[in-house]
Design a protein around this ligand. Sequence first.
Ligand code: CP
Ligand code: NVA
Length: 288
Amino acid sequence: MVDTALAMKNGRSSPLLAGRTLALLFEKPSLRTRVSFDVAMRQLGGHALYLSPAEVGLGQREPVADVARVLSRYVDAVAARTFKHETVEELARWADVPVINALSDGEHPCQALADLLTIYEEKGRWQGLILSFVGDGNNVARSLMFASALVGMNFRLASPEGYGVSGAVVDKAERFAAGSGAAIVCGQSPEEAVRGADVVYTDVWTSMGQEKEVAERGRAFDGYQVNAELLALASPDAIVMHDLPAHRGEEIADEVIEGPQSVVFDQAENRLHAQKAVLALILGGEGD
Ligand code: CP
Ligand code: NVA
């Protein structure tokens, strides 16, 4: 997928998906995912159709299984952004067309794929690198852990007690890592995690849907900000990543996100190229 994404980024874009339609079924807000999928379809000759929470009422106006079966009669693929991870799985179970996870409470695989592309462009490899994720063991962290494990990149997570990832997630990552040699390390110390890292990554402390916990989370994550002092412990040529949107002054200091080691806008751009690869591979026969 990353090879295809690189080829797409370097200008090889044909109207592979002429006449094809992608439904964007979103229960939560989005800038990058929504726009990059829409533009990706246009650049490949097809088009995207955005369906907001109010229009569809997934599981409320009608059952998820019915939405999946009806959409399958109209469109060629569905990219779904859901609260519960089970909802995207249920859509996939009932749909006759491919369903792409465009972020659920559990995982954010399209982000992780774009992040692998960005790291490869910056470092020329994944094998043996150290990616340190400082903050919440959330959807973005889980997908990055799985992606790192698959490609042989060592993954370190530093989260406050109670905000890490479950044992089942680590077990799954360990199974992926068995084939690649990646080390997966989960702890609580941001300093230990970041020491010698090649990639320092963070995400918001309060994800979409957790807004009621914002005060409690703010207290729990005190000391987990990626700032200049913490970044100084990483490798001198470390890059700083954030999936965005970012809360400057909370999980990341303004001087770091705007600093010379930050690649956050390249990362955002790569969502487009990575998703073009996903669409071309699942709908256009690219790579067959
Ligand atoms: N990073 C990301 O998925 O951004 P959006 O929520 O804006 O799509
Ligand atoms: N963890 C964040 C990612 C947003 C792209 C959230 O789920 O809100």
